[in-house]
Design a binder for this molecule. Structure first.
Ligand code: SF4
Ligand code: SF4
Length: 442
């Protein structure tokens, strides 16, 4: 039976999944499982804020994990991280040694996507999450490092007002930094000494799953911003993310040789899921969105291994799958589980993508500098979106001219809806409330 008091505190603090799409955490922890996994894989190249938190804020992290375990009734907790983060590993091992054996440190191999929650559950617990299913169906809750850190703070009555993120790429001083939610991306880049090139694009997140920021001047740090990567506009990582749909179809039609390497290396396929990206390339090229095979696209996590690592022709099964998925979801098509027992591929371990090779494939080796923590940004102005999470946008509860303190509620969860509270991240005056964004000036 979930602990309602803890769940209420998490909801009041506006905690959302910091490592993904921002699922409100009060929803995730309202479950009954035997194990909680803290996902510290930090498997996206270049991102360094999770290892920083595990090294320097491990006591808070352990408190957060204990709270999630209490909430879910779990008897076992694991903090999962890669051995290459030696300082973080030492810190975690030391902290868990004082928990009476309820919590352990789990060392992960250095491959991508070790942090995909279905991959993580298989690696650590040997359990296979059903196709399009959730870890809780196999008795586990998986939560990102910063989310669990925020849970511990929520129990102390501290809402989510700041975000730890990595600034990397073509930037004067790559760093891990703590920024108030709503800080303009340009202010973060300026804090890091500014871009080192005149023409650049910014990726919000890691090079594999991050998104190219469409308008840097308007973009802000949100609860899910794990990193800001500054890259040349023609960089491999950027170019593949902004490919036009017609060009994508043309390349798919003309260049896919059906070698099936994308399928052979697909992490979800290797777990035994019915996902065959090479077949989806045919579906897309022939515009057979109605075909039964098209539904497999619903199983794709968009991890990007097929695109950035597997395909010898430089094609993008990931983007093809994303486009098919969009069409299917708009049409209300759902995946129907066959109940088939999933069996991992016997070559799964050998076919995992080593991070060092991936970095080479991506062309980001020169940016892999393992930056340290550079402190906290003091923002003079923040633009805080009322929607930074899965579910309904928060309803604004402040009006123009209101004086707010850092931590005050400015957005409330709509009645009977799933959502997350939003708080002021600096003290100041509400300058405007428009288009779902609250602007506060210090
Ligand atoms: S790896 Fe590339 S060329 Fe081979 S089947 Fe997949 S998309 Fe086609
Ligand atoms: S993006 Fe490609 S490799 Fe990743 S799950 Fe989807 S099909 Fe598989």
């Amino acid at each position: 039976m979930a602990n309602q008091q803890t769940i209420d505190k998490i909801r009041e603090a506006g905690v959302v999944g910091a490592g993904g799409a921002g699922l409100p955490t009060q929803v995730k922890v309202n479950a009954s499982v035997d194990t909680v996994l803290v996902n510290g894989a930090s498997c996206e190249p270049l991102l360094a804020s999770d290892p920083y938190l595990m090294e320097h804020e491990v006591d808070t992290l352990v408190r957060g994990l204990e709270a999630v375990m209490e909430c879910t009734g779990a008897s076992k907790g694991c903090i999962c991280l890669k051995g290459k983060h030696a300082a973080a590993m030492a810190s975690v091992r030391n902290a868990v040694s004082q928990t009476g054996g309820r919590i352990s440190a789990v060392e992960l191999g250095d491959f991508y996507p070790a942090g995909d929650e279905q991959v993580l559950v298989y690696e650590v617990l040997g359990r296979t999450v059903p196709e399009r299913g959730l870890p809780l169906q196999v008795g586990a809750v998986v939560s990102n490092v910063e989310t669990v850190f925020n849970v511990a703070r929520a129990l102390e009555g501290k809402p989510v007002t700041h975000r730890y993120l990595t600034v990397a790429g073509e930037i004067a001083h790559p760093m891990v930094v703590k920024a108030p939610i709503g800080t303009p991306v340009q202010d973060v880049l300026a804090f890091a000494g500014g871009p080192t090139i005149n023409e650049y694009r910014v990726v919000d997140g890691g090079p594999m799953m991050g998104k190219v920021v469409p308008d840097v001047a308007r973009a802000v740090v949100t609860k899910t911003t794990s990193g800001l990567l500054v890259l040349p506009p023609d960089h491999n990582v950027v170019a593949r993310k902004v490919m036009d749909a017609n060009k994508l179809r043309h390349f798919t039609n003309t260049c896919c040789c059906q070698c099936s390497r994308c399928t052979d290396l697909c992490p979800r396929h290797l777990l035994g899921h019915s996902l065959h990206p090479h077949k989806l390339m045919r579906v897309f090229a022939n515009q057979e969105m109605e075909a039964a095979a098209a539904k497999e696209a619903l199983l794709c996590s968009e991890c990007g291994i097929c695109e950035k690592f597997a395909c010898p022709m430089g094609l993008s099964p990931r983007e093809v799958n994303a486009q098919i998925k969009r069409v299917l979801m708009q049409g209300g098509v759902k995946w129907q589980n066959t109940g088939r027992e999933l069996e991992a591929n016997p070559f799964r371990e050998e076919r995992r993508a080593p991070t060092s090779r991936l970095i080479w494939h991506l062309g980001v080796a020169e940016y892999d500098t393992h930056p340290g923590y550079a402190g906290e940004i003091t923002s003079a102005m923040v633009r805080i979106p009322l929607r930074q999470h899965i579910g309904a946008p928060a309803v604004c509860v402040v009006s123009e001219g209101a004086h707010v303190q850092c931590g005050d509620v400015i957005g409330e969860i709509p009645e009977n809806a799933m959502g997350a509270r939003v708080h002021a991240s600096i003290s100041g005056v509400v300058e405007s409330v428009a288009d779902g964004v609250v602007t506060i000036k210090a």
